[in-house]
Design a protein around this ligand. Sequence first.
Ligand SMILES: C[S@@+](CC[C@H](N)C(=O)[O-])C[C@H]1O[C@@H](n2cnc3c(N)ncnc32)[C@H](O)[C@@H]1O
Length: 250
Amino acid sequence: MLEWPPMAAYDDFAWFYNRYWNEEFHGLAFPILERIWLARLPESAGILDLCCGTGYLASLLVSRGFQVTGVDASAEMIRYARQNAPGADFHVAEADCFSLPEVFDGAVSTFDSLNHILACEALEAAFRNTAAALRPGALFAFDMLLEEAYQNHWGESFALVRDDHVLTITGSGYDFRSRLARCSVTMFRLVEGAWRRSDVTIHERCYSPGEIDSALERAGFGELLCYDAGDLGMAGQLGEGRTFFVATRL
Ligand SMILES: C[S@@+](CC[C@H](N)C(=O)[O-])C[C@H]1O[C@@H](n2cnc3c(N)ncnc32)[C@H](O)[C@@H]1O
């Protein structure tokens, strides 16, 4: 697979993401994945981690004996992933245009990564590419945010201030018509005596359960199971409006 060099939104965010955004989410999500998905995979299964980020989940899966391949659009996130999960294989590629051989027994995509895909056609293409990499009968687990999460939380702000790094996140709210949500991240890091600033904007799109279901069906998945994250024990804001899906490659 070709490496994909252009700058991705998470490149500048990768250092902070790697430091602050892994344990809290996966501490809650991993037990859920174990219950609804991993328990149904064969031992030592080959797993595709789509939008794998900095490889935290990949490292948990490798430590349990799974063979993991991660794909992410951000070269910088993948650079951390290679450090965090040296036993896994990683590729820099966009979800809607990657291609891998049909060798995987399972696929996963976590932390509303698929909401970062901003058009229905691209979401369907990501599902199609995932289906093409899966053996028939393989299970694809992913979580996505539904409207409740965007309505309730995407106008909020967050700040983190440390001696040598500072981050602010300002939610710009949720647009009901376009179903797009946006937040601006401003970061400072003290590197070799100088403060370095970077800014990124994270865009997400809200899809209805019906749109997700139809896109999966057109891409070659069926037998869709949906679980509300709160019902599965994901407490607090992280679980609010989040749904876990498990689809079977037909
Ligand atoms: C919120 S992070 C989640 C990372 C990881 N799955 C986790 O659970 O920590 C979203 C990730 O999706 C990646 N991403 C966003 N849009 C993408 C796309 N179109 N193709 C591939 N990766 C994408 C970002 O680079 C980022 O690493």
